[in-house]
Design a protein around this ligand. Structure first.
Ligand code: AMP
Ligand code: ZN
Length: 436
């Protein structure tokens, strides 16, 4: 009943899997020692060559790497190979304007594609499927990552990108789409638009969808499945670890297999940084084993999860993690786009007419997320003078959109009128339902 893309690797006995990990870790350390960042960091921790890694236990000697490190290392601090050998880069937003950038050589892309193909095929897809990739293409890894993996499986790939539901329905009907990839909120949006536009379920052939890039609950999964009559599989990844293809649900739909021939996964207590007990929730820390051009060791993902303690009934030997329940930092995910409150602050505080206080509000607007930025205006601006206020509102909206790529609603408030908290300023009101 279960189908494996790479049967040997997916069912490799744990002992052999660990031996593989050790070999790959040594290779990664040797590449890391060619990057400016780790050339400085690793010898201080007593690791001067790959020979200093003798067992998987030695991983613990390697210091953690954070998003902040990646930002400081921008643009080439983590590059381990000559630039001519790099064939692609991807980037993700950072806490401020500086993105984090990941480079790939040809083999890195090939390996990444193999992991994504493994995820897709493991849900029962094959070359007869038609795959509509309703996710952002571009620097974000979800578009091209899934695109390549689905082609590798041999599916017919429709690179539809995100948005424009009417066009999406037309593509589904014209080409008989059977599989979708989207954020869970976009899938819900698609379903409500389908009803609104009178698109009948019988006119489309959907069987399954991959949903990821943002947290969602088991209830949301079930709701999408029931409304669209499809199977929904959870897809987890992050650009620092290539993107999609890090962890994925199999047909058991109970936890996500983390591909341990591509990644070493640890779960640590985010305060003490000590390993969490099996089954205990903590921060996921990942070491990439499958990318030479940008090796990243013990990356603190800030994502909260837990290991399953039991092996999966599908026969794969790779451990499963619980769906992500939250983050240890203040990163927000709005319709699949990552956003730190500090990015908004940086933009609005650079506009001189803006006053001192602001508030970020996130709500559900139908099935999608809506971002509203409320800002006070400076004390010398009068609220009854609408023309300049409209111009200011538009200026803030445009500046924010070009910086954060999300189109926010902007509300202007009189100087001193937004609530001031006594302790730590509470700048974010996230009114979306919680994920469990
Ligand atoms: P990016 O680097 O832009 O791909 O964003 C990666 C982040 O998106 C992760 O660190 C998670 O916080 C979030 N994310 C991705 N996939 C999922 C998922 N399936 N469930 C929950 N959060 C996710
Ligand atoms: Zn399984």
């Amino acid at each position: 009943m279960y189908q494996y893309w790479n049967p040997e690797m997916e069912t490799l006995p744990r002992r052999e899997l660990e031996a593989w990990q050790l070999r790959q870790l040594k290779t990664m350390v040797s590449y890391a020692l060619r990057t400016p960042f780790y050339q400085d960091r690793l010898p201080k921790a007593g690791i001067k060559s790959e020979a200093d890694i003798k067992s998987l236990e030695d991983l613990k000697q390697i210091p953690f790497t954070t998003k902040q490190d990646l930002r400081v290392g921008f643009p080439y601090g983590f590059l381990s190979i000559p630039k001519d050998e790099v064939i692609r880069l991807h980037a993700s937003s950072g806490t401020t304007g500086t993105p984090t950038t990941i480079y790939f050589n040809r083999e890195d892309i090939r390996r990444w594609t193999g992991f994504v193909a493994r995820c897709i095929y493991g849900t029962g897809c094959n070359a007869t499927d038609v795959f509509q990739n309703m996710i952002t293409y571009g620097l974000f890894t979800g578009g091209l990552g899934f695109h390549a993996g689905a082609e590798e499986v041999g599916m017919l790939v429709i690179p539809s990108g995100v948005g424009n539901t009417t066009r999406q329905f037309k593509l589904m009907q014209d080409f008989g789409t059977t599989v979708l990839h989207a954020t869970p909120s976009f899938l819900l949006h698609v379903e409500s638009k389908m009803r609104e536009e009178g698109v009948s379920r019988e006119s489309i052939k959907l069987k399954r969808a991959f949903a990821g890039a943002e947290p969602y609950s088991e209830d949301t999964r079930r709701r999408i499945e029931e409304l669209l009559h499809i199977d929904v599989y959870n897809s987890y990844g992050l650009s620092e670890m290539n993107g999609p293809g890090v962890a994925f649900e199999c047909q058991g739909k109970d936890g996500l297999h983390i591909w341990e021939d591509g990644y070493i996964a640890e779960i640590v207590n985010p305060d003490t940084l000590e390993p969490a007990r099996d089954g205990e929730i903590g921060e996921l820390v990942l070491t990439i084993l499958c990318r030479e051009a940008t090796p990243i060791l013990r990356y603190r993902t800030r994502d909260l999860s837990a290991f399953y303690t039991e092996p999966c009934s599908c026969g794969r030997t790779h451990r499963r993690i619980h769906r992500i329940t939250g983050r240890t930092d203040d990163m927000l995910i709005i319709n699949g786009v990552n956003l730190f409150p500090s990015q908004i602050e940086e933009v609005i505080m650079s506009i001189k007419e803006v006053g001192n206080n602001y508030l970020i509000v996130i709500e559900k607007d139908g099935m999608l997320d809506r971002l509203t930025v409320k800002t006070e205006v400076g004390p010398d601006i009068f609220m009854d003078d609408t023309r300049p206020l409209n111009a200011l509102r538009e200026k803030i909206r445009r500046t924010l959109q070009s910086s954060i790529t999300i189109n926010p609603r902007v509300e202007l408030h009189e100087s001193g009128s937004l609530p001031v908290s006594e302790g730590k300023a509470k700048r974010v009101q996230d009114n979306r339902p919680r994920n469990v």
